[in-house]
Write a protein that binds this ligand. Sequence first.
Ligand code: DGY
Length: 329
Amino acid sequence: MKKAIESDMTAKPRIVVTRKLPQPVEERISRLFDATFNASDEVLEPDVLIARADNADGLLVTPTDKLKAETIARLPESVRIIATFSVGHDHIEVPAALKRGLIVTNTPDVLTNATADIVMLLLLGAARGAHWGERMVREKRWGAWSPTHPLGLDVTGKRLGIYGMGRIGHAVAKRARGFDMQIHYHNRSRAAPDLSQGAVFHADLHAMLPLCDFLSINCFSTPETRGSIDAQAIALMPDGAVVVNSARGDIVDDDALIAALKSGKLGAAGLDVFRGEPDIDPRYRDLDNAFLLPHLGSATLNTRIAMGMRAVDNLEAFFAGQAPRDKLT
Ligand code: DGY
């Protein structure tokens, strides 16, 4: 890129945008860059992405772009930066990208509130059976009001374990305090007291699980966290507990979660993310105690615009010769 700038100071950086983005974001990209968009919004297979990246200076990607090491190795030499429209970056083999000298950026902060809101929706929806209640109304199966049927689980005053106390974890804790929930958390490090506000730190995930009437998964998907909510972890939770996942599907072992929901070991689950989504394990669809959403965590217009603007800020800074704010290391 340095060479490109030297040879033609007036040329705009060439950016490939892999998915359709909110209009104000695409308009800004058009002003700043020589951009290729994806008007049809189809998910690009790695070969197609590599072909589109020919001569590009940067890529603006999303979690549907799987940038494994072998794909990164095949990207044209011209590509200098990958800006992802997401806070999660498990779809990019970041060490391979960094090794190749690429800059990788994400979009933290701007989706914290929208995602924490969805966690509360999952938690309440799963506990109170919002999905089966709604189906009863739509399918005209709503009989006379009954004192004993159907019944959900209490949320107020219960113990909530937060697995991953980053920005979103803290925002979940703040909301859960409004429901008088007692907050426990497991994180690599203890949060500062002004942030944790009395939440109880557990250095060991397994030590926290017996205290979790509700477990909210809010950590990144990493080699350490992948598959960590497995049969052994679930067995440690109180009978009838509720698992909520708004982070990444692969943190959970699907066989273990489904078995626990079937046996009643777990009372319910609220899931916004799935391994292999959108091709989820079909057994989830048959579970009445699973409240399922299609990865809606950040899906509000304002949040998606803010995510796009943050990704563009990172690209703009990079091409202006500055360090992008959200550079991954
Ligand atoms: C992210 O940003 O990682 C989300 O999963 C997309 O909403």
